[in-house]
Design a protein. Structure first.
Length: 273
């Protein structure tokens, strides 16, 4: 059995299928770890959701910011981007079933010294702490009042973590850290404006994985989200967003031996803006 961790698909379904062929993925024996952002910007979000959902326990997918944007848009919350391409999901006959499945994905998944999370973890959080905080969000997404959570989710404040946070602000910080994080301070204050490569950190900030004393540094984090960072392989980091939706390859790493697999962006899937 092999476990293949795959970067942001973002509706690039043809590239996804080509990558699985290159991996020789066998759903009866192997597993996929998907870093989130299954949907949006690419042309086939609906096909991607249907395929991953049909894999059942052979696929572990965590939520990314674009997945949450889809869930918010379906309820009339948040802000639609001019480049959004998930109307195929919103207009599908099986829309409610797919969105219900998506809403019940994990925020992070910890197993055998690995942590699968879309963007990253704040420096104060150990893996057990991150799992517990993710569980708070997952419970809110599965609760009968989950639509109220959707209505309160949009926004970048508070910008930093505190154990004293409660209610919607607490959940919003957890979501923003796990799905939007790039740069932060050692105290866990996040910056959401800078979106360039790792050298583009604002004064006083650093890429989250370079913050000294990060308490999750003893594990290997498997992430996506940061296409400008590109593929980055470190002993304790597998950052797999190689920008397929922008014309780069789609990337997979086999966790057992760190073998690298890539498929080029398929014709018609790359965005230019």
């Amino acid at each position: 059995m092999a476990t293949y961790a795959i970067g942001d698909i973002q509706g690039c379904f043809a590239s996804f299928m080509r990558l699985l062929e290159r991996c020789r993925f066998d759903p009866a024996a192997d597993r996929l770890w998907l870093v989130g952002d299954l949907v949006n910007r690419g042309p086939r979000s609906l096909d991607t959701l249907r395929f991953v959902k049909a894999l059942g326990d052979s696929a572990v997918a965590v939520l990314g910011n674009h997945d949450l944007s889809l869930l918010m848009a379906a309820e009339g919350f948040g802000k639609r981007g001019k480049g959004d391409t998930f109307d195929d999901v919103l207009q599908a006959p099986d829309r409610d079933e797919l969105l219900s499945w998506l809403r019940r994905r994990r925020m992070c998944h910890v197993e055998n010294g690995y942590c699968l999370v879309h963007a990253g973890l704040l420096p104060q959080w150990t893996l057990p702490r991150a799992e517990a905080l993710a569980g708070e969000v997952e419970a809110a997404l599965a609760a009968p009042g989950w639509r109220e959570f959707m209505a309160r989710l949009w926004g970048s404040e508070p910008a930093g973590w505190s154990d004293e946070l409660t209610g919607w602000p607490r959940l919003r910080v957890i979501v923003n850290a796990m799905t939007r994080l790039r740069f932060c301070t050692p105290e866990g204050v996040m910056d959401f404006r800078a979106k360039g490569d790792a050298g583009n950190a604002p004064s006083g900030f650093a890429p989250w994985f370079d913050v000294p004393g990060r308490r999750s540094a003893g594990a290997t984090l498997v992430t996506g989200h940061w296409s400008a960072l590109g593929l980055k392989i470190l002993p304790n980091l597998l950052a797999l967003d190689s920008g397929c939706v922008w014309g780069g390859p789609l990337t997979a790493v086999r966790l057992e031996d760190r073998a690298l697999f890539q498929a080029p962006c398929s014709p018609g899937e790359a965005r230019t803006v």
